[in-house]
Design a protein around this ligand. Structure first.
Ligand code: PLP
Length: 368
């Protein structure tokens, strides 16, 4: 059996007719940037997340960049201010902070792989102004605890929801758990476009207005510029395609949950540690990440059984050449995670026999 890590073609083939119809509608409309499809998508995705506003942008990185930029424009942040962020996140989260001339303060995760709220207070300084929690691997951060720390110290909270569309904490959807949230619709995310796309969700109307201007050259009104903005617009075509895919998101997430439940119940191996779900969380299993002290041997064993796996991620941000100034820093949990994690296949188009095969192959690993 050959089980790919993720069959994106298969995922999108299920909506072939509806995606082609959406493409044709945009083609024939003669209108391709900031039009009716983007407006309709923004309303539909805001309703899905449970926020007042959704602002479509070019991609997930720019969603995060532009929220921080908007808070700089609105005076909530000043250049050089510190932003609390998990040390084990994907690099884009960190890039959004440094791109704005802000200072990332890396904090270790807890056993859920997410930012450990209990550690935050020990990292606060007079310059700390925001927390950027990341709902990594499809599980929300303990936002009850994060928001309590933020309220106590007057900090803004920007969620990175790139991996968690539809995930919930205490019944509330990712995207509606902080002051604002950045979303990525990169094709391989749970809610993926057929190209780059992203969005911000928020209940803050002043922030939403600023973001609408910033994404469009800083212009709130044609040929009048409030800010030195950028061009980061969600285009009509991706918006139309995303509207098709949104109708499937809940069912697809449920299929991922069913597969994850089987893995959690049936993978039994002394050298494989299964992921842990935090209290009040309903993850959407963007990836199913196991840990093993012999990770590379496990990966080779699964490859031998025809099972595709990936490592999210092989190098932590503080070991990237781009952040060479952090080379001497030591984050033991983050470093152990990067040495030990392995993502095994989970996707809405996996067949039950494939799930059986992944479980059997894990349990049959001789270990090391
Ligand atoms: C994918 C991702 C991003 C960036 O999204 P893009 O659309 O690829 O720019 C940011 N943060 C996290 C955690 C991601 O997984």
């Amino acid at each position: 059996m050959n089980i790919p890590f993720l069959d994106l073609g298969g995922i999108n083939a299920r909506d072939r007719e509806a995606l082609i119809a959406a493409f044709t509608r945009v083609l024939d409309s003669g209108w391709y940037v900031l039009g009716r499809e983007v407006e309709a998508f923004e309303a539909e995705y805001a309703a899905y997340c449970g926020t007042r506003h959704c602002i479509g942008v070019g991609n997930g990185l720019e969603a995060l960049v532009l929220v921080l930029r908007a808070w700089l424009e609105l005076g909530a942040l000043k250049p050089g201010d510190e932003v609390i962020v998990p040390a084990n996140t994907y690099i884009a989260t960190i890039l959004a902070i440094t791109e704005n001339g802000l200072t990332p303060v890396l904090v270790e995760p807890d056993k859920t792989f997410n930012l450990d709220a209990a550690l935050i207070e020990s990292y606060l300084s007079g310059r700390t102004r925001a927390i950027l929690p990341v709902h990594l691997y499809g599980q929300t951060v303990n936002m009850t605890a994060i928001n309590a720390v933020a309220r106590k110290h007057g900090l803004k909270v920007l969620e990175d929801s790139a991996q968690a569309q539809g995930a919930r904490h205490a019944g509330i959807c990712a995207g509606a758990l902080g002051d604002a949230s950045g979303h990525s619709f990169f094709p391989s995310k749970n809610f993926g476009a057929l190209g780059d796309a992203g969005a911000v969700t928020t209940n803050d109307s002043a922030l939403a207005d600023t973001l609408r201007a910033l994404r469009n050259y800083g212009s709130h009104k044609k040929y009048e510029n409030l800010y030195k903005g950028v061009n980061s617009r969600l285009d009509e075509l991706q918006a139309a395609l995303l509207r098709v895919k949104l109708t499937r998101l809940d069912a697809d997430n449920q299929r991922r949950r069913d597969i994850a439940a089987r893995y959690l119940n049936e993978i039994r191996h002394p050298q494989i540690t299964l992921p842990v779900t935090g209290e009040g969380n309903e993850p959407v299993w963007h990836v199913f990440v196991v840990r093993s002290p012999a990770r590379d041997a496990l990966q080779r064993h699964l490859a031998g059984a025809g099972i595709g796996t990936l490592i999210h991620y092989p190098l932590p941000p503080h070991h990237q050449q781009a952040y060479g100034e952090w080379r001497e820093r030591y984050y033991p949990l983050t470093e152990a995670i990067h040495r030990e994690v392995l993502s095994i296949p989970v996707s809405p188009v996996m067949r039950e026999a494939e799930v059986d095969a992944v479980i059997a192959a894990c349990n049959a690993w001789p270990g090391q």
